[in-house]
Write a new protein. Structure first.
Length: 300
């Protein structure tokens, strides 16, 4: 079950970001541009589910997507489903080599196959094959449990907790770091955990950044009324989806600030081609430090 944030410790902590709540501005601009991506207001589920066991399918997807494009993950999920292996019981009994053949060409498919068999066996042995039951445990306990399983590091763990379990944890991934580093390069995250490095403030350790961002969002977006765990988790899920979308469309390794957005169709899900005809630019240009710097940089 999702647990509420510890509001007393959050209230006692100083605002973590040395700026005027830029995370709220970034979120508002993204949401106005892309529209709601998660929850009941979204036009379609942001995370497409093809089978009948959504928590387990999300867990498998979160493991498979490591170093792998989502298009590849979706293909692997569909093959697992067609082979009858997309359930904890079936996967626990599968030969790793069989699994590896189905999830290929996902990166590290051999290691991921062996890891998934171990994870599935853990769910069968401890929770009678019920992933939702495992994820219903208190956040610190289930987080520690997941982190002890193979192929599950902090980022994968928090994706599973947030989207499959509804726990209020903010996911820090490469997109998050890249986007915030470009939009807010001069901010000084780190107040909550001692002095921040003078350079590359968004490259701090995972847990440090997670705490800083969660504290900042609590002080800004969630301040109006004491948030419940569900409300907090919904905000984090929406924010992460928005970051993903802007990084897939505009803030690529070579940014497409002035558009057009990348035409990548990364899901077979109906409606995902909605960007193919657009020619607009990134909604974060007016608030983006990187963009401002490039525009004012002398031409070479
Ligand atoms: S304006 Fe350019 S650099 Fe800034 S967030 Fe958008 S795409 Fe990235």
């Amino acid at each position: 079950m999702a647990q509420p944030l510890d509001s007393r410790s959050l209230e006692a902590a100083p605002p973590a970001l040395n700026g005027a709540a830029p995370l709220t501005t970034i979120f508002a601009r993204l949401r106005a541009h892309f529209g709601p991506l998660t929850g009941p207001e979204a036009a379609r589920p942001w995370w497409p589910i093809f089978g009948t066991d959504a928590p387990f399918e999300m867990l498998v997807g979160a493991v498979l997507v490591q170093q792998t494009r989502w298009e590849t993950v979706e293909g692997a999920i569909l093959r697992l489903l067609a082979s009858g292996l997309l359930s904890p019981r079936a996967m626990a009994e599968a030969a790793p080599a069989t699994l590896a053949g189905l999830i290929r060409p996902a990166a590290f498919y051999g290691q991921k196959a062996a890891g998934l068999v171990t994870i599935a066996s853990h769910i069968v042995a401890g929770y009678d094959g019920d992933t939702a039951r495992m994820l219903a445990r208190p956040t610190p306990e289930v987080r520690a449990e997941l982190l002890h399983l193979p192929r599950i590091g902090p980022e994968t763990c928090d994706v599973i907790l947030l989207y499959a379990g509804g726990h209020p944890v903010f996911v820090i991934d490469a997109y998050t770091r890249r986007l915030f580093e470009r939009v807010a390069p001069t901010l000084s995250p780190g107040a909550a955990d001692g002095p921040a490095p003078a350079s590359h403030p968004w490259r701090q350790p995972y847990e440090t950044l997670r705490r800083i961002i969660e504290t900042d969002l609590h002080h800004s977006l969630l301040r109006a009324e004491p948030p419940g765990a569900d409300q907090t988790a919904a905000l984090y899920a929406e924010y992460h989806a928005q970051i993903n979308e802007v990084c897939v469309r505009y803030c690529l390794t070579r940014p497409r600030c002035d558009g057009p957005p990348a035409r990548r169709v990364y899901s077979r899900q109906e409606g995902r081609e909605s960007y193919l005809g657009r020619t607009d630019g990134c909604p974060l240009r007016p608030v983006c430090g990187w963009y401002r710097q490039q525009r004012h940089a002398p031409a070479r």
